[in-house]
Design a binder for this molecule. Structure first.
Ligand SMILES: [Zn+2]
Length: 166
């Protein structure tokens, strides 16, 4: 298979239609049968007196395959600083970059991390986490922890609180 890479910018509703269209397309996929000849006979019969065709040549058969649409996306998930380890736990991220051994993601992700000036994701002790009962689906998704950006904790007199910026 060949992967076509592209970048998009568009309204959400147009993007939804593009995504639905792309992921519903079927494509002709030719494969050469290693056991059945163009003449229709099995490979093992060639070179015997049982069939006239002497030279085996694999039969090309057309299959159908669905185009696989895989967005490569950068995400930012803003939560209180105290909840960072919990989110990492649910996303199965142990620390910066160590969750999935996906060489492709690693290559595209690290320049982004440097560009944005992210700090490394903290190490945490799973046993010390207070686990909420959240359901966060991460199966079949390569998820690569990039880093974290912290806001300053300061006084916000207009709200009457000292807190993180939001
Ligand atoms: Zn043949």
């Amino acid at each position: 298979m060949a992967s076509i890479h592209f970048v998009t910018r568009g309204g959400v509703q147009e993007m939804d239609i593009l995504i639905a269209n792309l992921q519903s397309q079927l494509f002709k996929w030719p494969r050469t049968n290693l056991n059945v000849c163009e003449c229709g006979q099995h490979k093992n019969l060639h070179g015997t007196d049982q069939i006239p065709c002497k030279e085996f040549k694999g039969r090309v058969e057309d299959f159908e395959v669905q185009g696989k649409l895989r967005p490569i996306q950068f995400w930012e998930y803003t939560v209180p600083v105290e909840s960072v380890p919990e989110v990492m736990f649910y996303l199965k991220i142990k620390g910066t970059g160590d969750q999935v051994h996906d060489e492709f993601l690693k290559k595209v992700a690290w320049p982004y991390r440097k560009m944005i000036g992210l700090k490394p994701l903290p190490k945490y002790d799973e046993k010390k986490l207070i686990i909420q009962k959240r359901l966060i689906h991460t199966d079949f998704i390569s998820l690569y922890g990039l880093g974290v950006k912290y806001d300053d904790i300061k006084d916000f007199p207009q709200w009457g609180y000292r807190q993180e910026g939001i």
